[in-house]
Design a binder for this molecule. Sequence first.
Ligand SMILES: Cc1cc2nc3c(=O)[nH]c(=O)nc-3n(C[C@H](O)[C@H](O)[C@H](O)COP(=O)(O)OP(=O)(O)OC[C@H]3O[C@@H](n4cnc5c(N)ncnc54)[C@H](O)[C@@H]3O)c2cc1C
Length: 354
Amino acid sequence: MIAEHWDVVVVGGRIAGASTAWALAPYAGKILVVDASRPTTFWPQQSTWDRTGNLAWAELGLLDTVLACGAPRTYGDTYRVGDEVVERVYPLEDEYSYRMSVSREVLDPALLAAARGRGNVTVLRPAQVRDIVVDADGVRGVRLRHERVDRTVSCDLLVLADGRLSRNAVRVGAPAYRVVESPWFALLAYYENLPLATDRSYFSLQDRSVLICTPCGDKQWCVALDLHQSLIDEAGEHPARLFDRMVGDDPHVGPAVAAGRRTTSVGGAGRMRMLRRPMSGPGWCLVGDSGYHLDPVTAQGTRAALVTARILRDRIAAAGSVGDADLSGLTGERDAALEEDWAYTEQIVAPGPG
Ligand SMILES: Cc1cc2nc3c(=O)[nH]c(=O)nc-3n(C[C@H](O)[C@H](O)[C@H](O)COP(=O)(O)OP(=O)(O)OC[C@H]3O[C@@H](n4cnc5c(N)ncnc54)[C@H](O)[C@@H]3O)c2cc1C
């Protein structure tokens, strides 16, 4: 039996879900965010973005929240390709011309707190959506489990922000219509007290690997390493061990990590698939990785997630409220907005002949 009604139920409370709840709050009566993870879970997905990411945060009205996370802004980087090293300064286009990196353990709770601060957003965490309630007119609600109790809630709009492995996307009838298998394995770990500048990042593009080192908090750094699967196969080592060895061997980061300390395990993901699913249907909408997943190798996933949240927000804002919004045609709008990011990432993930 359906006992509770919400204007919007958001499944997933990280970058896409928390940002969407924040963005839709002025246009909805009550919003429920349901997230399956525990606040203490290490979430090995980096979040570094450039000026375009800052613009995307600003468009959602969340840049101040992100800046309050305390991560340093970087205004240039040391950029190594093979043995060639260039010291780059980012062009000063406007006030957003810097790169940032915020650990997910800091960023995601800050976004959820901002959403809660709207006053009409309730967060259940950890709680899991286990099924979707659908009738002939579309999605009607969800069945969820929270504190070992099963509940069924109804909603006017179900927003799926449950990540690239979303099972609920299949349940609402949103199959992937474009898929690119990725040969890249994305790994990362956090470190403290590295003797490195805090206003610069570091990139190293080598044969079948990309290493990114960014300051992400007070005396904290994120080191991310994307490895081509063929390199892992050749090395015959566990990816986490290969990570440690390659990071240690890097001429810039190696001496720094030897002087500092790794504060987390090495985590990440491999055998990923870039994918696109329809963005909306009767009673539902997909934001973030659940509907549009870019391989992490180009570090564009955060921006893409924010763009999808903004597209949904704009459509609802134009209608005045969630209940009055027509969500048809969002897929084309999203795909057009993110076409360059997709093409750039696909070219690295699955380069064409020549
Ligand atoms: C190793 C790695 C490195 C990356 N590096 C970068 C980078 O440097 N820059 C960048 O821009 N992007 C990067 N990305 C991509 C970026 O992390 C993602 O694009 C972004 O996190 C997507 O956010 P999301 O909110 O859509 O999904 P997620 O962060 O995956 O969050 C989904 C949430 O949904 C919850 N959930 C799932 N199922 C349910 C359910 N049934 N009920 C309730 N809750 C559920 C999960 O617990 C989770 O909390 C990286 C990704 C990886 C894997």
